[in-house]
Write a protein that binds this ligand. Structure first.
Ligand SMILES: NC(=O)c1ccc[n+]([C@@H]2O[C@H](COP(=O)([O-])OP(=O)(O)OC[C@H]3O[C@@H](n4cnc5c(N)ncnc54)[C@H](O)[C@@H]3O)[C@@H](O)[C@H]2O)c1
Length: 344
């Protein structure tokens, strides 16, 4: 492909997930990794050398002004998404924004307004839609094999490793925004129905006792507009002795059938004299090539930018999710009060 026709992308935030963006964009021959930005200068220099990034910046506004970009991906902590996203649209760039779109409805609305004014592509990286079982589930539902889907059960949790070691800012987010967002998005997408009402409960104490100001776990009951109901469970205090970091179960029950997705049933079991683990291998590098759902999602974003197509996950999806997830947080903070989710 002609070098000049490549999509020039900048990545803002080169931490744990930002590194995945660097890897995947670098592996996409249609994309030029033109710039990256992070306030951590040492990490940025390390990533620049490893992923051959043309230019680096400590400040995203300066990057927007100087790097001649077509698009940015924003991979900053959950509560820092609004300003760089709105500024990117004002600078005429397409935006890939990591989930969750926002931790407040006001932020999500402001970002969507900025995108509509700019007319640029906006995708929220709810990359779990590209995990193989879920598109298969969608096709099965569309073929009518499950009848009418009436129930969703979703569990997505982490061991203590995530809020205590992986993230330095876990106290700035909450499990509905960090984890439930993935499963509620899948439920909306698979059912083709928006959530209308929630009742949620939370437990706290373990993380707060460690100085991390966020609840330990949430349980939410969600009603959807077509009458389906869902149970969502999310926990951040599973013991690190478990052989995995992510605990996930997903079930749909319909009037004619049911469907189970159990990513823990891995075929890869690894035991040494020290530990027994079942690491997720389906979305890691394979012989140096990034593979799996994150790569598929990022390639989809690049395709949408290059071909003028609407992404599979839009800013409208992000706003609908933010409204529902903020209602989950509110309900849990009010001891399980039933909350109607405001419509658009
Ligand atoms: N789609 C997924 O499955 C998935 C997985 C993990 C994380 N995420 C999301 O990705 C985002 C980032 O998470 P992470 O785990 O990579 O966090 P992280 O803490 O590892 O990385 C964040 C980076 O942002 C940098 N940063 C912070 N403020 C900055 C600023 N003002 N300007 C420039 N750089 C700044 C930090 O130095 C850090 O390198 C979050 O929104 C998270 O929810 C998504």
């Amino acid at each position: 492909m002609d070098h000049n026709s490549r999509l020039r992308v900048g990545v803002i935030g080169v931490g744990v997930q930002g590194e995945q963006h660097l890897k995947c964009f670098r592996a996409d021959g249609r994309v030029e990794l033109a710039a990256a930005c992070d306030r951590n200068a040492d990490l940025l220099a390390q990533r620049q050398a490893q992923y051959e990034i043309a230019e680096t910046f400590a400040d995203y506004q300066e990057m927007y002004e100087r790097a001649d970009l077509d698009a940015v991906s924003i991979v900053l902590p959950d509560f820092l998404h609004r300003e760089p996203t709105a500024a990117a649209f004002a600078a005429g760039l397409h935006v890939l924004l990591e989930k969750p779109m926002a931790t407040s409805v006001e932020d999500a609305e402001a970002m969507l307004a900025a995108q509509r004014a700019a007319g640029k592509r906006f995708m929220i990286n709810l990359s779990n839609r590209w995990m193989a079982p879920y598109p298969h589930a969608k096709a099965s539902i569309e073929r009518g094999e499950l009848g009418e889907v009436r129930y969703v059960y979703a569990r997505l949790s982490n061991t203590l490793h995530v809020p205590t070691s992986m993230l330095s800012w876990a106290g700035g987010s909450k499990l509905p925004h960090w984890l439930m967002v993935h499963r509620l998005d899948l439920a909306r997408w698979l059912l083709g129905q928006e959530p209308v009402r929630v009742r949620a409960l939370q437990q706290e104490g373990v993380l707060k006792g460690m100085g991390i100001d966020t609840p330990d776990l949430y349980q939410a009951t969600v009603e959807f507009e077509g009458g389906a109901i869902g149970t969502f469970e999310h926990c951040w205090i599973l013991p690190e002795s478990l052989p995995y970091v992510v605990d996930s179960k997903f079930q749909l029950i319909g009037t004619k059938g049911c469907l189970n997705v159990d990513p823990l049933q891995t075929s890869y079991h690894h035991a040494t004299t020290e530990r027994y683990t079942t690491p997720g291998i389906l979305f890691n590098d394979c012989l140096g090539i990034p593979s799996g759902h994150v790569r598929c999602a990022l390639e989809h974003f690049a395709t949408c930018c290059m071909e003028g197509r609407e992404p599979l996950v839009t800013g409208e999806d992000g706003l609908a999710l933010t409204r529902a997830l903020c209602a989950v947080v509110d309900s849990a903070e009010r001891g399980g009060e039933i909350i109607e989710i405001p419509g658009s």
